[in-house]
Design a protein around this ligand. Structure first.
Ligand code: SF4
Length: 844
C-alpha cells in the first residue's frame, strides 16, 4: 500500500512505506514471472520471518523473475482501503496483487488463516481455486504450516511442501512457461504437480462416510503421495547476505543467520523436529562469512544464530567466541534465541555472559521427570537446576521457563511438579546477590497435538480442563519471586481445531471471517465468540476436532509425506508410554525414522564428536571484549533532509535508521557504557510524523576525526533509504541549541479564503492569543502569540511561518498553529502538508 494520502489516517504508517534498505525493485515489463510474496500477518511479524526473505532474494537474484512483498494490513487500513475502494498493493512497486502472476503465501501458523482471506478480499481475488481462472494470479502456499494444509486446501492452487530454495525457482519457471504458452489452468497445475514437493489440492478428493468420518483421500491423478522437498546444498546457494533492513520497528529487529536446519532431538510433541529433518548444518566458515557480509550490508547491531536448537549446532563453541570477538569492536551483540538445557556448556555460558543480560529463557516443557520422559525431552531436573543456578550466579536476574499443560498421560501431580521445580529454581535467586530484583517467570501454554508427530493421534484437553489446570497452577505456584503468564486457552483451542482439521473447516473459516474474525493470532483481536457462533451456524462441533484419532484412522494429512514413517511415529508413541528415551541421531546412531536415504538426503553435522570431547579442549577464551577506544572526541553536526513517504516514520524509527546507516558507512561513534551501549549521537527536536524537512540534523561524537568529509557525505547518503539525504557535515562543539526559531511551510488543500486572510492579519496584529491546550487530560492556557514570529501568505495555497521554541517550555506544533489560526477542524488540519524549511538559534 503506497498511496501516501492514506498515511495521515493510519496507525504505524511505517508498516506500509516499503522502500527499505536492500529491498529490490525490478523491471516489471521484462520480468517473466512476477511474484508477490505474502506473509499473512502484520509487517512487524512478517518482516521477522526468515523464509520469506530467503525466497525474495533467491527469486530477485534471477534476472528473469521479480519478487515483491505484501503483509496483512491492520484493521484500520483494511477499513480505509474498502472505504476508498482501493486495492491492496505490493510494497515495492505499489502494484495491485491482481497484477502479479503468482502470489506466494506463507503458512506460518493456523491462527493467521483469516488474514489470508482479508488480503484476497482487498485484492479482489476470489477465495477458492475453483472460482479463479487464468486471469487471476496463481496462489501458491508453503511454509511450516503447510504440512496439514487441508483447512485451507480449497483456497490454494498449489502448495509447496518442504524446503523452498530450489523448488520456488522451479515453480516460477513453470509459471513463466505457462504464461508464455498460454496454458489453461489445468495444464498449468498438472505441470506444477510434476515439481517435487508440489501438492495440488484439487487433484485430491477427501471421501466421507454417512457419519461424516473421513474414509479415504482419493487421488485424481497418478501422484498419490506428495513427498516433502529436501534442500541439501546449503553451501552452494547464497544465504541472505543483503537482508532487508526494516524502517519501522519489528519483533525480531536483528540479523538472523540460519546456522542449521532441522533438529533430531526427538521431542515427541514437536512438529518442526519432524518436518525439518534431517539436520543440515552450515559450515563454520560459511556462518562467519555470512555474518560478516550481512552485518556490513545491513548495519544491524544484533546477530542471532538461528536454528531449532542453536545449542546443538556442533561448531557452536568455535563459532560463538569468534563472532563475539569479531563484532565486539563494532558493538554488535550475538544472540542465541533457542538454547536448550544440556547444551549450555561452561564455554558457551562464558560467552553468553558477555552479552546483555535481559532474561534467561529455558523450555523444560514439563515439570516432572516422568512427563519429560514421556515427551522425550532428554533433560533431567539436575540439568535444569544446574543451569539455572549457573545463570543466576552469572548475573541474570530474570529466569523465564516455558511449560506445556495437557500433555498425554498428564495428571495433577505433573502440574504440581511445575510448581515444585519453579520453587527449587527460585531458591537460587540469591546466587547472584540480587534477590530483590530476581524473578522466575513461568509461562504456560496448552499442548496442541500436531500432525506428523508421534502425538498426532492424541486427544487435546478440553477448554474446561485447560482452564482448571491454569487455575491450579495459579493457586500453587509460589507467590513471591515468581510470575505466571499463560497463553489464552481459547486461542489454543482454535489452534487445536485447525491444526488437525480437514477440508470441511474451510467453510468455518469463511463464515468466521464474514462474521468479523480478524488477526486472530493477536490476543487483543481474537474473539472466540465469533468462532463459536460461526460453528453453530454451520452445525460444526468444534470440540470433535480435539478428540484425537484412532491409530488406524484415515488422517486428513496422510497424503502429505515428511519422509518419516508412520511406523516410527507409532513406535515413538509406544516408547512415550513406557518413558523410553530415543537419542538424537546427530550424535548417536540412526534411529530409523525413515527420512534419510544416505545418498542425497543425509544429516550434515560438522563435529559429531561434540558431546564426547572434554569441555576444556573445545573452549576458546574470549579476547578483550572491546578495543580501548580513543578518549578524544571529534564532534560533527550532520545535516540531512527527510522528504517523501519516509517522513511518516516516527522519531525513534528515524534514529534506528540513522544508527544503521552509520554502521553501514563504517563511521564508528563513541558508545555509552553498560550492557546496552548505544551510539553517542544527539538528535535535534523530534519532528511530527508526516512533516517533511530540509533542515534536520544530528551531532555525532567520534573517537577519530573524519578524514574526508565529502566522501563521508556521499557514503552516508548512498547508505540511507530513499527520502533521506545527507546535505552537510561540519565540525561542531556538540552543544544543541535549546532556544530556536523554525521556519515551516504549510501546503493547503483548499485556497485561502479572504476571511482566513483576515484572521491571519488579526493574529499578527494582536498582542496576545490564548490557546487552551489539553494534554494528558489536563487543560492549560498558553499565549501562542509570542511563539509565532512570522506568517507570510506565499500564495493562495501556501503559508510560510516561523515558530519559536525553548526546551522545557510549553510550545506549539506546526499543525496546531495553522489549525488554530485558520479555525480548521482536525480532519481539515490533517490534510495539510507541512515542511520544515530551516532553523536558527534564537540568539545568534
Ligand atoms: S533417518 Fe536416521 S539419521 Fe536420518 S534423520 Fe532419521 S534418525 Fe536421523
Amino acid at each position: 500500500m503506497t498511496d501516501s494520502s492514506l498515511f495521515p489516517y493510519i496507525t504505524k504508517p511505517g508498516r506500509y512505506l516499503g522502500h527499505e534498505y536492500n529491498s529490490v525493485k525490478k523491471n516489471w515489463q521484462t520480468a517473466k514471472c512476477r511474484a508477490a510474496l505474502i506473509f499473512p500477518d502484520l509487517y512487524e511479524i512478517g518482516m521477522s520471518h526468515q523464509g520469506l526473505q530467503i525466497l525474495y532474494h533467491l527469486l530477485n537474484n534471477k534476472e528473469e523473475f521479480l519478487a515483491e512483498r505484501c503483509y496483512c494490513p491492520n484493521k484500520d487500513v483494511e477499513k480505509l482501503l474498502k472505504q476508498k475502494k482501493l486495492p491492496i498493493t505490493s510494497l515495492e512497486s505499489g502494484k495491485p496483487l491482481q497484477d502479479f502472476d503468482m502470489l506466494g503465501i506463507t503458512l506460518p501458523y493456523e491462527l493467521c488463516y483469516t488474514n489470508i482471506l482479508t488480503i484476497l478480499d482487498l485484492a479482489k481475488i476470489p477465495f477458492t481455486t475453483q472460482e479463479r481462472d487464468t486471469s487471476y494470479p496463481l496462489i501458491i502456499g508453503g511454509g511450516a504450516g503447510a504440512f496439514n494444509p487441508e483447512p485451507v486446501a480449497e483456497l490454494f492452487d498449489a502448495i509447496l511442501i518442504g524446503d523452498g530454495e530450489e523448488a520456488m525457482i522451479e515453480i516460477a519457471s513453470c509459471i513463466a512457461e505457462g504464461e508464455k504458452n498460454s496454458w489453461n489452468k489445468e495444464k498449468q497445475l498438472t505441470r506444477l504437480a510434476e515439481i517435487e514437493g508440489v501438492y495440488i489440492p484439487s487433484h485430491f478428493l477427501p471421501i466421507y462416510n454417512g457419519q461424516g468420518d473421513l474414509t479415504e483421500i482419493k487421488s485424481l491423478t497418478e501422484k498419490t503421495i506428495v513427498k516433502k522437498r529436501f534442500f541439501t546444498n546449503f553451501e552452494e546457494i547464497d544465504h541472505l547476505t543483503h537482508p532487508i533492513v526494516p524502517n519501522a520497528k519489528i519483533v525480531h529487529d536483528r540479523l538472523g543467520i540460519e546456522i542449521a536446519r532441522g533438529c533430531t532431538r526427538g521431542c515427541r510433541f514437536c512438529q518442526a523436529g519432524i518436518t525439518y529433518r534431517p539436520v543440515r548444518e552450515r559450515s563454520l566458515d560459511q556462518v562467519k562469512q555470512l555474518a560478516q557480509k550481512a552485518i556490513a550490508d545491513s548495519g544491524f547491531d544484533e546477530l542471532a544464530l538461528l536454528s531449532l536448537s542453536t545449542g546443538d549446532y556442533s561448531c557452536l563453541e568455535q563459532v560463538l567466541p569468534d563472532l563475539m570477538n569479531e563484532f565486539a569492536d563494532q558493538y554488535v551483540s550475538v544472540a542465541m534465541p533457542s538454547m536448550r538445557v544440556g547444551t549450555l556448556s561452561q564455554p558457551i555460558m562464558d560467552q553468553i555472559k558477555r552479552v546483555r543480560k535481559t532474561g534467561f529463557t529455558l523450555a523444560p516443557e514439563a515439570g516432572s521427570e516422568r512427563m519429560r520422559q514421556v515427551i522425550n525431552k532428554g533433560i533431567t531436573e539436575k540439568d535444569l537446576l544446574d543451569t539455572c543456578k549457573n545463570a543466576f550466579s552469572l548475573g541474570w536476574t530474570i529466569m523465564k521457563l516455558y511449560f506445556m499443560i495437557g500433555l498425554p498421560t498428564e495428571t495433577d501431580e505433573d502440574i504440581e511438579a511445575i510448581s515444585d521445580l519453579t520453587n527449587k529454581i527460585r531458591q537460587f535467586r540469591d546466587a547472584g546477590g540480587k534477590i530483590q530484583k530476581s524473578q522466575v517467570k513461568v509461562s504456560v501454554g496448552t499442548f496442541v497435538p500436531k500432525p506428523h508427530t508421534p502425538f498426532q493421534w492424541a486427544r487435546q484437553i478440553s477448554l474446561e480442563e485447560s482452564k482448571r489446570k491454569i487455575l491450579l497452577l495459579k493457586k500453587i505456584l509460589p507467590k513471591k519471586g515468581c510470575h505466571l503468564s499463560y497463553h489464552n486457552p481459547l486461542m489454543s483451542f482454535m489452534e487445536g481445531v485447525f491444526s488437525r482439521g480437514d477440508r470441511k473447516l474451510f467453510q468455518l473459516l469463511l463464515e468466521a471471517w464474514k462474521n468479523g474474525a480478524r488477526l486472530d493470532g493477536w490476543s487483543d483481536y481474537f474473539d472466540f465468540s465469533i468462532w463459536e457462533k460461526s460453528a453453530e451456524n454451520l452445525n460444526i462441533q468444534l470440540d470433535s476436532y480435539l478428540k484425537g484419532y484412532p491409530l488406524d484412522a484415515v488422517l486428513p494429512w496422510q497424503h502429505i509425506s515428511t519422509g518419516v514413517s508412520t511406523d516410527f511415529f507409532k513406535s515413538e508413541l509406544e516408547k512415550s508410554l513406557r518413558g523410553t528415551y530415543t537419542p538424537d541421531c546427530r550424535y548417536n546412531k540412526c534411529q530409523q525414522c525413515g527420512v534419510c536415504d544416505f545418498k542425497t538426503i543425509t544429516p550434515i553435522v560438522y563435529n559429531r564428536k561434540k558431546f564426547s570431547e572434554p569441555v576444556e579442549t573445545r573452549s576458546v577464551p574470549p579476547k578483550e571484549t572491546r578495543k580501548k577506544t580513543n578518549k578524544d572526541h571529534f564532534k560533527y553536526m550532520v545535516s540531512y533532509s527527510r522528504t517523501g513517504n519516509i517522513c511518516y516514520l516516527g522519531h525513534l524509527e528515524i534514529l534506528q535508521v540513522i544508527f544503521r546507516c552509520l554502521r553501514r558507512s563504517n563511521i564508528t561513534t563513541h558508545y555509552s557504557q553498560g550492557f546496552n551501549p548505544s551510539p553517542k549521537v544527539s538528535f535535534g527536536p523530534a519532528l511530527s510524523v508526516g512533516t517533511e524537512s530540509y533542515a534536520e540534523y544530528f551531532i555525532m561524537d567520534l573517537p577519530e576525526p573524519l578524514q574526508d568529509i565529502p566522501a563521508a557525505i556521499q557514503r552516508m547518503s548512498t547508505n540511507l533509504p530513499p527520502g533521506l539525504c545527507i546535505t552537510n557535515i561540519t565540525a561542531h562543539n556538540g552543544k544543541i541549541d535549546q532556544e530556536i526559531t523554525t521556519d515551516y511551510q504549510a501546503a493547503l488543500v483548499k485556497p485561502l479564503t479572504s476571511s482566513q486572510e483576515q484572521t491571519i492579519n488579526n493574529f499578527l496584529n494582536s498582542k496576545e492569543f490564548q490557546w487552551k491546550r489539553i494534554r494528558k487530560g489536563k487543560e492549560k492556557s498558553i499565549d501562542i502569540r509570542p511563539l509565532i514570529s512570522k506568517i507570510k501568505i506565499a500564495d493562495e495555497y501556501h503559508l510560510e511561518f516561523t515558530i519559536t521554541s525553548c526546551a522545557g517550555q510549553a510550545g506549539i506544533k506546526p499543525q496546531e498553529t495553522i489549525q488554530i489560526i485558520l479555525g480548521l477542524n482536525a480532519e481539515e488540519a490533517l490534510q495539510i502538508k507541512f515542511s520544515k524549511l530551516a532553523w536558527q538559534p534564537l540568539h545568534k
